[in-house]
Design a protein around this ligand. Structure first.
Ligand code: LMR
Length: 328
């Protein structure tokens, strides 16, 4: 008799236990770069810390290299709930806010330390919340580094060297205007397509950080990389606001803490990774690294200057002033 009762009781106990097991939240984090990059490393750190802080409560799945969603789709996928965290470059949000275009203004920031000061200030922090009405919440900024310019030409030193050339750009109107100001032809293209476009000559050049130029092997299909440092590639980690608010409070707290640790980790690594990748590219001897004199840099700055005026209205003078103040 007792034996007969045990089986149904066990079934009930199991059924009651199941929802607990089901309560584990699976968090998909999708990004477009390789794992051996600042963003790739920060995303892995986020997984490690989140799963340690919230044992059994969350499982974080990281999908690098546009495996799950590429540039064109990842923001839409986030809003549809198909993925929960993404970290697009700050250049890729202009359909959601014009404010973040400030990061694309050429020669606005002296270096990544200046970018960091701006992001840590009241205005920078405020931008994390600037897309809430569009369903997106920013949880932090992750660094990559300063952009360099590369082409399939032997000479790349002065702005006139890029006249008439075709450049792949991220989906940003500011970057489009930047290349038009140089007399070049910009083409918006997803990151995953760039290597092939460079290899086949669909475009002549691109702009990116050393870590992206190295990890995507762009240096193997370009002749010259000019050390222009003319802009920045940094990221905002964003989540779907509705999904975020639906999480239990303790899970949200744990994820915020994990995000802070991942941010500190990735941001500390970023400049070392870029420096090491610059050296790897130099050692490979495939693309020439072209240093620029002060006069050369001044010429690039002057050629790109019209872009500021064009976007000042959209971005807001207050943001540009705050960014300028962050330069030491
Ligand atoms: C690019 O598209 O060139 C970069 O934004 C890729 C990235 O995420 O670093």
């Amino acid at each position: 008799m007792i034996k007969k009762l045990i089986a149904p009781i066990a079934a009930v106990v199991l059924a009651l236990a199941l929802p607990v097991a089901d309560a584990q939240t699976v968090i998909k984090f999708s990004h477009v770069v390789a794992e051996n990059t600042p963003k790739g490393q920060a995303a892995l750190k986020f997984k490690e810390v989140a799963e340690k802080k919230l044992p059994g409560k969350v499982q974080v799945q990281v999908f690098p290299n546009s495996q799950l969603f590429g540039d064109a789709k990842e923001l839409e996928a986030l809003l549809l709930g198909d993925v929960h965290f993404i970290a697009p470059s700050l250049s890729k949000f202009d359909r959601y806010t014009k404010k973040l275009q400030v990061f694309d203004l050429p020669f606005l920031f002296d270096d990544v330390q200046s970018v960091d000061r701006f992001q840590s200030g009241a205005i920078g922090k405020g931008l994390l919340e600037s897309m809430k009405s569009r369903g997106l919440l920013g949880l932090g900024y992750w660094h990559n580094g300063m952009k360099q310019l590369s082409t399939n030409r032997d000479v790349l030193k002065r702005p006139e060297d890029v006249k008439g050339l075709k450049f792949r750009i991220q989906a940003s109107d500011v970057l489009e205007a930047q290349f038009r100001a140089l007399g070049a032809n910009p083409q918006k293209m997803a990151f995953a397509e760039v290597y092939q476009a460079l290899q086949t000559g669909v475009v002549d050049g691109q702009e990116n950080t050393w870590s992206n130029i190295y990890s995507q092997k762009f240096f193997e299909v370009q002749k010259t990389i000019a050390e222009t440092n003319h802009g920045v590639i940094d990221y905002m980690v964003v989540t779907n606001l509705k999904w975020w608010e639906s999480l239990p409070a303790d899970v949200r707290t744990g994820l915020v803490e994990a995000m802070a640790e991942a941010t500190a980790h990735g941001n500390k690594l970023a400049s070392d990774i870029n420096e090491a990748d610059r050296k790897r590219i130099a050692d490979a001897g495939k693309a020439k690294i072209q240093k620029l004199s002060k006069e050369d840099t001044a010429a690039w700055r002057k050629a790109m200057e019209p872009v500021w005026k064009k976007f000042e209205g959209d971005i807001g003078r207050d943001l540009i002033e705050a960014a300028l103040k962050a330069n030491s």
